[in-house]
Structure formats: structure tokens, C-alpha cells
Design a protein around this ligand. Structure first.
Ligand SMILES: Cc1ncc(COP(=O)(O)O)c(C=O)c1O
Length: 361
């Protein structure tokens, strides 16, 4: 049992909160509280608390600012029709947070600590969990080296925090996004940090994201670092390819080679695809195979998946040498069926046969 101190924030009024949850945007407004735990080599995890959400003072020599020991997670909580608040497969996020911590030579919070901090924060700020449709409370656990110094080594002190923000849809699901295939930059290389959810991976990806925007595209597709050939993932999401159509459609997602982030949504869609009767595989697909598949009509749909957007249809793929529209460029039937099936489980509309949902409040 984790002892957690609670310090109450004066917070927003009920009327202000209702206004925010009615039209939350994405990641602009945060709830009244945050969960916080400290770690030191001497004391282990200590001072675990729910506190008012507030800025904190940072020493200019704080190690994470210089050497980047900083990791995070992303989860969502949904308000169900019965008033309960539920999240999706949080133990997978806890386990990935531990693996990210391990890769960056940081202490691994126990599963119990991770879950308890999320649970207590959401229970405290449950008025911020929006109801209905695509809305949810986005939960952001993160940890960074808080020790002060300039020596390059694993820090001896860390802060682990959880903050939360009510959110609407990340992308408009009715619109297919366009993607830019980056051949100049790579996201991850073998032996690197591609499997970890560490801040540096995102910093390194932003230049390619900026290039994508210059090319008129919404997102980046990453290829492998060695052959610059095998499709890995898209921006902050994993990818699925639909071969064929109707009940005979097959699903393919790039296999986990060590350079992709193992997404919770990806793992769930592999199961859900099978449940819906689609032949679902993990494997390799090269960028040339993708172009050929689209041109021959064998590949009928492409979509990306992740916690923030759930499933995002892809309508167009562009690179230095090609500009290809997928089928009619609109969200496909299999994509939208998978999206609805997953959202129905997450929002408590469909039966949760795999026990994926976890009640927070
Ligand atoms: C690089 C990257 N790939 C894939 C994903 C999708 O992972 P998940 O489904 O766990 O949100 C994310 C988001 O967390 C990501 O940042």
C-alpha cells in the first residue's frame, strides 16, 4: 500500500470546468492537481503526493536539461455512461515506462506506484473527464533527472510526475492525413532508443516533421536506419496496411525490430483485427512494396494508430520521387470499422472480452 499525501488545490469552479470539458481542444488546459514522487539513490521512492498543479523552480544545472534523461507515457481515461471513469490497458504503459527508464539508466517505478499515482490523480480531478464521443482525459506520466550537476553519468535524483488534460479528437477522423516519407533523417537505429518513450526521440524527429509540413504533408513516415527501405512508423504512431477489402481483407503491421515503439494501440489492434475476422500479421514491408501495392490496388487502406488519435486514416504518401494517393484518398471501411470497434471498448459501449479496461474512479 502506497502512502500518498493529498494537498488540495483551490482549483477552478464547477462552471469553469464544465466549460472546459465541453470544448477541450488538445493538451491546452490541465487539471487542478498533479501526482508527484521523488527518487533518490539514498531514499528510494519517497514523498509521494497529490499536489496542486503548479510550476516548479528548476536549477539551471539540472541534469535532465543537459543530458536528456527524460521519459514519458500517454494514456486516456474515459467517462462511461454509468458515470465510472476507466482507462485502457494501464499495465502496458507501466511496463513500457519501466523499460524506457531502464534504457535511460533511470530508476524503474513499480507497477503499483505508477498505477496508484494515475488512479489518485484521476479520482481527485474526475470532474475534468469529459463525457461522450471522442473526448477523454489525456494522462501524461513523466520522469526526469532532477539532480544538479554537470558530470555526464546517470543522475542520483529524479522526479516522477503525472499530469492530466481533457482532450477532444487529435485529428479529424473523417479526414485522411497525408504523410511525407523521410529519406534524409531516421528516427531510430539498432541499439539506440527507438523502443523507449524518451524525450530525445521526439526532439530528433521534429526536423523531419517540419520538412513534412514544408511539403504540404501532415506527418512523417520513418524508414529503417540501415537500408532506408523498411517502413517503421509514422510520427508518434504505429502503422497498419490493409490488403484486399471486405471480409477477406488482411492487416499487416511492421514487426517490432527494436527500433519501433511498441504501441499499446498496435498490440490491441492485432488482437481486434483477428477478433473481427481479418487475417492479421506482423511483418516487414518496404517503401517500394507499399507504392507497388497501392498502384496495383492490392493495398487498399493505410492507417496509423496510437493513444492520442486512436486511429488516423492515411490518404496520401509523398516522398522526394513519388506522390501517391491511396485508393480514393478517403478514410477506408476497414480503418473506420477498426476505429469504431476499439473506441466502443474504450468508451464502454462494447463488451470488453479481453479485460483491457481498468476502472480508475
Ligand atoms: C513513436 C511512437 N510510436 C507509436 C506510438 C503509439 O503508442 P501507443 O499506442 O501506446 O500510444 C507512440 C505514442 O505513444 C509514439 O510516440
Amino acid at each position: 500500500m502506497i502512502e500518498m499525501k493529498h494537498v488540495k488545490a483551490s482549483g477552478r469552479s464547477a462552471a469553469e470546468i464544465s466549460k472546459i470539458v465541453a470544448d477541450p481542444g488538445f493538451g491546452k488546459v490541465f487539471t487542478d492537481h498533479m501526482a508527484k514522487a521523488k527518487y533518490s539513490v539514498e531514499l528510494g521512492w519517497h514523498d509521494v503526493a497529490i499536489e496542486p498543479y503548479a510550476p516548479f523552480q528548476v536549477d539551471p544545472a539540472m541534469l535532465s536539461l543537459h543530458y536528456g534523461q527524460s521519459i514519458f507515457e500517454g494514456m486516456k481515461a474515459y467517462r462511461w455512461a454509468d458515470g465510472s471513469i476507466n482507462t485502457f490497458r494501464p499495465l502496458m504503459n507501466a511496463a513500457r515506462f519501466q523499460r524506457s527508464a531502464h534504457r535511460l539508466a533511470m530508476p524503474e517505478p513499480t507497477e503499483e506506484l505508477f498505477i496508484e499515482m494515475v488512479k489518485q490523480l484521476v479520482a481527485t480531478d474526475k470532474a475534468y473527464v469529459p463525457a461522450g464521443g471522442d473526448k477523454s482525459l489525456y494522462i501524461r506520466p513523466f520522469m526526469f533527472a532532477s539532480e544538479v550537476g554537470l558530470g555526464v553519468r546517470p543522475a542520483n535524483e529524479y522526479l516522477f510526475l503525472v499530469i492530466a488534460s481533457p482532450v477532444g479528437a487529435y485529428f479529424d477522423p473523417a479526414k485522411a492525413v497525408s504523410v511525407w516519407v523521410s529519406t534524409e533523417f531516421v528516427r531510430a537505429s539498432p541499439g539506440g532508443t527507438g523502443e523507449a518513450k524518451c524525450a530525445g526521440n521526439y526532439a530528433a524527429s521534429l526536423i523531419a516533421q517540419a520538412q513534412a509540413k514544408e511539403q504540404g504533408c501532415d506527418q512523417v513516415i520513418w524508414l529503417d536506419a540501415i537500408e532506408r527501405k523498411w517502413i517503421e512508423e509514422m510520427g508518434g504512431m504505429n502503422l497498419f496496411f490493409v490488403l484486399g477489402s471486405g471480409d477477406d481483407a488482411q492487416l499487416l503491421t511492421p514487426e517490432l525490430t527494436g527500433t519501433l515503439l511498441p504501441g499499446v494501440t498496435r498490440d490491441s489492434l492485432i488482437q481486434l483485427g483477428t477478433d473481427l475476422g481479418y487475417d492479421t500479421h506482423e511483418g516487414r514491408i518496404s517503401i517500394d512494396e507499399l507504392y507497388e501495392g497501392i498502384q496495383s490496388g492490392r493495398i487498399t487502406e493505410v492507417f496509423a494508430c496510437g493513444t492520442a488519435a486512436v486511429i488516423s486514416p492515411i490518404g496520401q504518401i509523398k516522398s522526394e520521387s513519388r506522390n501517391v494517393q491511396i485508393a480514393d484518398g478517403l478514410p477506408g471501411a476497414v480503418t473506420m470499422r477498426m476505429r469504431q470497434a476499439l473506441l466502443d471498448i474504450q468508451t464502454g459501449v462494447a463488451q470488453d472480452v479481453h479485460n483491457w479496461m481498468y476502472r480508475l474512479a
